[in-house]
Design a protein around this ligand. Structure first.
Ligand SMILES: [Zn+2]
Ligand SMILES: [Zn+2]
Ligand SMILES: [Zn+2]
Ligand SMILES: [Zn+2]
Ligand SMILES: [Zn+2]
Ligand SMILES: [Zn+2]
Ligand SMILES: [Zn+2]
Ligand SMILES: [Zn+2]
Length: 494
């Protein structure tokens, strides 16, 4: 026997090397059972082979689950020359002196189902078959059809097991489920029904759209969500469903973006926003104060240096003209926003005035002193400022016909302002209604004003001349005009 096993092992090792050269490639083994079986019963298996050539020996080894079966008997279905059997495993060897064809039914073994095998299960039974062909080459069959055997249950004992798979009718929070009985051995569902021991629980099946079950408010585009409720007792569940869309705005969202801004606030006060509809973003009428967003500092313009609220300083950004603007004071760049004279510096006098050359500022060409031969010639156009009008010589140093404006009211549709126009030079001005009355009176209409007179204004050493001229004017006792001249004089001296 040991010798045999040894040979088998050698054969098995060689098999791996020789399968390709096998004479029975494509041969097959089929194991067939006589039917199903039950604990305690016996069942026989027939092993057949096909596709093999003549052999000189054959070894079989039944394969089964020893927890389920116990070997009872074995029998060759061919006539072996010599044979040996292992009565525990059912393994057997047959040998022939001359090559013998053994296709067809080969071997039979009978198993008994153990008493403690689990009924209602299936188990698989197979058989290893290996042969030595007439050339002395070992061969093992590759294609094996196994037998599947059901271990029947006679369902001798049914029990009342409350498991979901046995539910016959569903109960609820007030009624238990009913269940089918089940086989104690295999668990198969019986036909008898019994009632469960306790109520089954709520049936959260109802979709009721009421405040009571509200989970989350909807809005004009989104339906509200609600909790399911128990179909029997109305208890609120934990799962939710989405209800119908009401189509109405719900102004509850607090969204702090520009489109919802109601009050921009400032550096001391937080911004305010409208509550909005989360569905469509529409603004409601109620507002809320931002918890964190302040407004910004308030400046009148980019030229304004102090915040109107907190006084914080900002670096002014003027809108400066590129060219120099010049007056007696000096030259500077004028801001179009605030009239501030930026980069103001005194004129830098060029060469003294000559016979034909003015003395001008080397930076801005402002005439500082006229040439000796210069004779003032006055433009026919009026020049003017807020108070007065005059004819000016292009040299900029002499004004003729200087007089204050002679304001008259202009008819206008507007109610908020009064518009006045100077009868002489055509200059206009607007005043808010409350401020205008006094100003609109034609204050300076004295016909004796010396319109032919020339007021010569010259810098520095010329001041005395100007003073003399002004003195003459005063001497003429033209009080109103004299005061004006005096003012001009004072302004000049500053
Ligand atoms: Zn059963
Ligand atoms: Zn309920
Ligand atoms: Zn909406
Ligand atoms: Zn501020
Ligand atoms: Zn400015
Ligand atoms: Zn200058
Ligand atoms: Zn001139
Ligand atoms: Zn005027």
């Amino acid at each position: 026997m040991k010798k045999l096993l040894c040979v088998c092992m050698i054969l098995a090792v060689m098999l791996g090397l020789s399968v390709a050269a096998s004479a029975v490639d494509g041969g097959s083994v089929t194991v067939e059972a006589a039917g199903d079986t039950a604990p305690g019963e016996r069942i026989s298996f027939i092993v057949s082979i096909s596709g093999s050539e003549a052999v000189i020996d054959c070894e079989v080894l039944p394969l089964f689950d020893t927890a389920v079966f116990e070997l009872k008997s074995t029998r060759w279905l061919v006539t072996p020359g010599r044979e040996s059997v292992n009565s525990v495993t059912g393994g057997a060897v047959a040998e022939w002196d001359t090559p013998t064809d053994i296709d067809g039914e080969l071997y039979m073994f009978t198993l008994q189902v153990r008493a403690d095998a689990v009924p209602g299960t299936a188990t698989v039974v197979s058989c290893d078959v290996s042969v030595t062909d007439q050339n002395g080459d070992p061969v093992q069959y590759q294609k094996v059809t196994k037998a599947s055997v059901d271990i029947r249950c006679d369902h001798s004992t049914y029990v009342q097991k409350e498991d979901d798979q046995y539910i016959a009718t569903a109960g609820d929070c007030q009624t238990p489920n009913t269940y089918y009985v089940s086989c104690a051995a295999c668990g198969e569902k019986g036909t008898q029904v019994f009632q469960g021991s306790a109520p089954a629980g709520h049936r959260f099946e109802n979709e009721v759209e009421s405040e009571l079950y509200l989970h989350q408010s909807g809005d004009c585009v989104n339906g509200a969500s609600y909790y399911y409720s128990c179909a029997v007792c109305g208890e609120k569940g934990t799962e939710t469903f989405v209800g119908a869309v009401s189509g109405e705005h719900v102004f509850e969202a607090k969204v702090e973006t520009e489109e919802h801004l109601s009050d921009p606030g400032d550096c001391q006060n937080k911004r305010e926003y409208y509550y909005s509809c989360a569905g469509c973003g529409a603004n409601g009428t109620e507002t809320f104060v931002s918890e964190k967003k302040f407004g910004v500092h308030v400046f009148d313009s980019s030229c304004d240096t102090d915040c109107n609220v907190c006084g914080k300083y900002q670096e002014p950004v003027h809108d400066l003209a590129e060219e120099w603007t010049a007056d007696e004071e000096g030259h500077y760049h004028l801001c179009s926003q605030c009239d501030e004279k930026v980069d103001l510096e005194v004129h830098i006098p060029g060469p003294e005035a000559m016979a034909e050359e003015h003395q001008v500022c080397t930076v801005c060409d402002f005439v500082l002193a006229v040439s000796d031969e210069h004779v003032h010639e006055y433009s026919s156009d009026w020049s003017s400022d807020e108070k007065s009008h005059w004819h000016e010589c292009p040299c900029g140093l002499s004004k003729s016909d200087l007089a204050v404006h002679s304001w008259s009211l202009v008819d206008t549709e507007r109610k908020d302002v009064l518009i006045a126009r100077c009868d002489v030079c055509g200059a206009t001005k607007e005043e808010p209604v409350t401020d205008i009355p006094d100003e609109t009176q034609p204050t300076y209409t004295d016909p004796t004003y010396p319109s032919q007179n020339t007021v010569v204004i010259q810098r520095e050493e010329s001041v005395n001349v100007a003073a003399i001229v002004l003195g003459i004017l005063l001497g003429l006792s033209l009080i109103g005009n004299g005061v004006l001249a005096y003012l001009l004089f004072v302004k000049r001296k500053k």
